[in-house]
Design a protein around this ligand. Structure first.
Ligand code: PHE
Length: 366
């Protein structure tokens, strides 16, 4: 590079330095090379910086002449570097994009590793059926307080469901309040009625917990709550909804159900619906047999619950239901023991699991 120092101010030296730096900038192959040139010219001890510093020692006349020349050179080199940087940055981005390109048309590996748990599959099927009937999906927390899980739902203070053998309680907090793992999805009824104005038509799928374990009970299981609040809703609507759901879900006329009077603190009247099945020989089959499996509890929302949620029972009424989702899955897909559903046995999961790509049958007949 030309020897242009403050002591050697050949009139041709500046234009020559300018030309050389411009050529070097234009030839910089990448951003690192460009940065090296910038530092050599404009950095603390760069050639142009040295010239700028020399202005201070010049006589006013000299400075008047050399100042604009040196500043002009600096501006010219700065502009050239900025221009080249923009080009190199664009090139670097193009190269990165070309490098990271994914061919989305490549065939996916055919060996399926993961799959949908039958409970998730059943939930998807249920949501699809209820969505067609105009239900929206609502949710609530797994860890509930006593108010939402029990009190607002009209459980008397000494109700057995509050006792240790049924409910998983947390240790009391500083106010002495014991949170619970929700024992049912019914607290979502309360949360919904307290947060939105009727008419209401929701389902609430989720995990529920009870201290219980046998062939048809597991400490963690899944429920799907349903709640309809309107001005003239009656028990007939409830029964029609459940019957229609059952025939859509099982896709067969061969399902026999029975509607039995029951008691829940939060509905009046209350009922349970069972599905007829055969549980002999370590298998579960629907459409035959003399056994009954309870799959849904239901009833008309109790006036006290409406009141607890700020609704006037003279104006609003409604029905609610709560399905045992895993049990519906056992019946539909023939798994004989509920405990196996959550044992995480890979062989079981492979046998009963679903590909996420299998269309939902109720929506895709044939
Ligand atoms: N929560 C009840 C249960 O867990 C089911 C239910 C829901 C009953 C809604 C009536 C209305 O057994």
């Amino acid at each position: 590079m030309s020897d242009v120092s403050p002591d050697n101010l050949d009139p041709n030296a500046l234009p020559q330095l300018g030309a050389e730096l411009s050529a070097a900038v234009a030839a910089a192959a990448d951003l690192n090379a460009l940065e090296a040139i910038r530092i050599a010219a404009l950095g603390k001890s760069g050639s142009i910086s040295a010239l700028l510093k020399s202005l201070g020692a010049m006589s006013p006349d000299e400075r008047r002449e050399r100042g604009p020349q040196i500043n002009g050179l600096r501006d010219q080199v700065q502009a050239a570097i900025a221009e080249r940087r923009a080009v190199l940055e664009a090139e670097a981005l193009d190269a990165q994009l070309a490098n990271e390109r994914l061919d989305l048309s490549l065939p996916a590996p055919t060996r399926r590793r993961g799959g949908l748990h039958p409970t998730l599959r059943v939930m998807d099927e249920m949501i699809a059926i209820f969505a067609e009937m105009g239900f929206a999906v609502a949710e609530g927390p797994d860890i509930e307080d006593d108010f939402h899980n029990f009190t607002a739902l009209n459980f008397p203070p000494k109700h057995p469901a509050r006792e240790m053998h049924d409910t998983f309680f947390f240790a009391p907090d500083e106010n002495g309040e014991r949170k619970v793992l929700r024992t049912h999805t019914s607290p979502v009824q309360v949360r919904t009625m307290m947060s939105q104005a009727p008419p209401i038509r929701i389902i609430a799928p989720g995990r529920t917990y009870r201290c219980d374990s046998d062939q048809t009970h597991t400490p963690m299981f899944h429920q799907m709550e349903g709640l309809v609040i309107d001005r003239t809703v009656n028990m007939g609507h409830l029964k029609w909804t459940l019957d229609t759901f059952m025939s859509r879900f099982f896709e067969t006329e061969g399902v026999t159900t029975r509607f039995r009077p029951h008691h829940f603190p939060f509905t009046e009247p209350s009922a349970e619906m069972d599905v007829r099945c055969d549980r002999s020989g370590g298998e579960i089959k629907i459409g035959q047999g003399e056994d009954w499996l309870e799959v849904v509890g239901c009833g008309m929302v109790h006036p006290n619950v409406l009141r607890n949620c700020g609704l006037d029972p003279e104006e609003w009424q409604g029905f609610a239901f709560g399905f045992g989702v895993d049990r519906l899955g056992m019946l539909k897909y023939g798994a004989p023991d509920l405990r196996d559903m959550f044992a995480s046995d890979v062989r079981w999961l492979k046998h009963y699991g679903f590909s996420p790509f299998t269309p939902l049958s109720p929506l895709n007949p044939g």
